[in-house]
Write a protein that binds this ligand. Structure first.
Ligand code: ADP
Ligand code: ZN
Length: 660
């Protein structure tokens, strides 16, 4: 590198903000690419990253000097290459991507950190692995040390000891003096999970997620980027932090769609972890009992290494029974007699039963029997859900609320005419209370347990046996271990199947299998009852037999025939605005300007299923191509060829997961 002793040099600095291009500053000091520097910007000062050095003097401009060089370890060239690739891939501005790595300017102020992180003890406490676990661990250890370029999938039943095994992979990285990042879907970052880490390593891991207080965020970020926090447990955004010395990345529950960031920069944290590992030569371990079809397919074809744990650790898999709901009069309630009988037996053995209903509130819709009026959201195209406990009707998409009505606004009919339609968790709990009036019932859903503290208290009550019946949404399905829970009842097994996208079957299978996996994790065998109207469906049949391979092979066939991923690649273009005519006009322009080539198929525009949403009208295009084609480049070309008015927004969603 060039030294500018006594002379002035010019450097380009990228700021973590929407700007796409670095800005030029002068410096009289020696700086190198990747260093953190403070610069004047408009009438403030901001910290960014030296992006290029030795740049030519831009003509006709007076430049300002760098204000300060911070002594954080500089970003490595490989990490910068990864960020650059990300911007390109997600069709985002470079500055926005840098903001994912440098999310807070607070970290660069002089305020000292309050929190420190005790070093983890590699040998604090470890389990004695059984033979199957030993084989898996040995294989993973050799993969992560000898073939860090190849992704590994740790694939094993719920309760087979995957977490114990990957904790040892993490320990190996820590023993080498490196950092370890373990990613979990936000919802699974539970106190229970945290405790497993502190039990194993005798020290708290650094936590990174969206609910940290500003001070905690600042201290944690500093500790991570200086390497003072070697063990990091984080949600998807932890992926973009500048680890100076990363030795392994573990993506637990890799199939979870919660890894997809759905606003701002749209990225899939699992896929980005794989991309980052590849560029920085850091081993990536994906973990799941129900891998995503894409990951499973990569293992089948030898692109990823598969490591399997086929049986539960000292426990058996639960028995799954399908409860046929066909021909049953609605007056008999939401829960089948078989379910009630089994629950009674479970309670008589002093065990717990879980009722899974993936819908918050009391009922998803309210209908006036007098005139047929249905309560809808002002701003969205959805019905309002009734929440009886707090006496409101609420939109589950934008949060809009109104008091529970006493009369119909359309015909004036009284309360008796207002009928809640369909069940939510509250309604199931109400029905349960009529069957089991003396039992303690807990509802586990995000509106009832809105804070981590409330969630923790409820989990505590369940673990200590103070609650015998639990009614929960998918919140209860992730990462909890209740040894006395021996019966899981799925109230509506078919819920995920109707009206979904091409992943509906896969998602439903994964969710039901995970929920079933909560049953019988302790010494007592578990049972699962699934209420369904389609007991003969391949999904139900394979679920009952624990035949994942059978179902996945059928899915692969379906995807091949339908030209869906992993056999093709997809990108969505979402066009939105408050005025429908403007959105329509923009769509026509876009349709006309889409580069015509046989390699890229442009589908749409079609109105998004949930449009309007929060008062915004949305239309979607879907672009499809063969996996090896450069889809991001196509999207970029398309957008740059299309001038659009400011009252219409377009957003590119690469590898879309949600189609609403
Ligand atoms: P998974 O991550 O596959 O769901 P876990 O690692 O959570 O499985 O293991 C399930 C339970 O069994 C946990 O309580 C775990 O501590 C325990 N367990 C697993 N393997 C062992 C072992 N070798 N020795 C002692 N306990 C184990
Ligand atoms: Zn709404």
């Amino acid at each position: 590198m060039h030294t500018f002793a006594d002379t002035q040099g010019f450097v380009n600095v990228l700021l973590p903000m929407v700007l796409d291009r670095p800005l030029t500053y002068t410096t009289s000091q020696d700086v190198s690419v990747g260093q953190y520097v403070r610069v004047p910007f408009r009438n403030r000062s901001l910290t960014g990253i030296v992006w290029e050095t030795d740049v030519p003097h831009p003509a006709l401009k007076t430049l300002k000097p760098l204000l300060k060089i911070h002594d954080f370890p500089p970003l490595s060239p490989d990490f910068i290459a990864f960020l650059t690739w990300c911007a390109d891939y997600t069709v985002s501005s470079m500055g926005k991507i840098l903001k994912l790595a440098l999310p807070l300017q607070d970290a660069f102020q002089d305020t000292p950190s309050k929190q420190t992180f005790a070093p983890p003890q590699v040998a604090h406490r470890s389990v004695v692995f059984d033979d199957a676990q030993k084989v898996a661990l040995t294989k993973l250890l050799s993969l992560t040390t000898e073939h860090p370029d190849k992704v590994a999938l740790l694939d094993g039943e719920t309760g087979s000891g995957k977490t114990e095994v990957y904790l040892d992979i993490v320990a190996a990285a820590l023993a080498r003096g490196q950092q370890a990042l373990i990613m979990l879907p936000e919802i699974a970052l539970s106190t229970q999970m945290l405790r497993r880490f502190s039990d194993r390593f005798g020290a708290e891991p650094a936590l990174w997620h969206s609910h940290l207080t500003p001070a905690k965020r600042r201290d944690t970020w500093r500790a991570i980027v200086t390497g003072q926090a070697p063990l990091v447990l984080g949600a998807r955004s932890a992926l973009f932090l500048p680890y100076p010395n990363l030795g392994v990345m573990v993506v637990d529950e890799e199939h979870e769609s919660a890894y997809k960031q759905d606003d701002g920069v749209l990225y899939h944290a699992r896929d980005m972890a794989v991309a980052r590992g590849h560029r920085e030569n850091v081993p990536v371990v994906l973990v799941s009992a129900t891998p995503s079809l894409e990951t499973w397919h990569h293992v089948e074809r030898g692109k990823y290494h598969g490591v399997r744990l086929t049986s539960r650790y000292q426990a058996t898999l639960p028995d799954i029974t399908l409860v046929d709901m066909r021909g049953r009069p609605a007056s008999q309630g939401w829960l089948h007699e078989t379910v009630i009988d089994e629950t009674r037996q479970t309670l008589s053995q002093n065990k717990q039963a879980l009722f899974f209903m993936n819908r918050r509130g009391y009922a998803p819709m309210t209908l006036c029997r007098g005139c047929g009026h249905r309560w809808r959201c002002r701003d969205c195209s959805s019905y309002l859900s009734a929440h009886k406990a707090i006496g409101v009707l609420q939109c589950h998409h934008c949060g809009y609320k109104q008091p529970m009505p006493e009369t119909c606004p359309a015909c004036g009919a009284g309360e008796d005419a207002l009928i809640p339609c369909g069940p939510g968790v509250e309604r199931i709990a109400e029905e349960l209370a009529t069957h089991f009036p003396n039992q303690e019932i807990a509802i586990v859903s995000s509106d009832v347990l809105s804070t981590p503290k409330k969630m923790h208290e409820t989990v505590q009550r369940i673990t200590q046996g103070e609650v015998s019946l639990i009614v929960g949404t998918q919140m209860i399905g992730k990462g909890y271990h209740f040894p006395d829970l021996t019966l899981v009842n799925v109230v509506d097994g078919d819920m995920g199947l109707s009206g979904g996208d091409f992943r509906a079957g896969e998602k439903t299978w994964q969710m039901l299998h995970q929920i079933a996996g909560r049953s019988g994790r302790g010494q007592h065998a578990g049972k699962v009852l699934i209420q369904t109207f389609v007991p003969d469906h391949l999904l139900m049949q394979t679920l009952q037999r624990h035949d994942r391979e059978g179902f996945y092979r059928a899915l692969i066939k379906e995807r091949t025939l339908g030209h869906w991923p992993p056999f093709t690649r997809l990108a969505a273009l979402i066009v939105s605005g408050r005025a429908l005519v403007r959105v329509d006009a923009a769509c026509r322009t876009l349709l006309g300007s889409a580069p015509k080539t046989d390699a890229f198929e442009v589908l749409g525009p079609a109105p998004a299923p949930l449009s309007p949403l929060r008062g915004e009208h949305r239309m979607r295009f879907l672009v499809r191509c063969a996996p090896q084609k450069r889809l991001s480049a196509y999207m970029k070309t398309w957008l740059s060829a299309t001038p659009l008015p400011p009252d219409v927004q377009v957003q590119v969603d690469m590898d879309p997961v949600s189609f609403v």
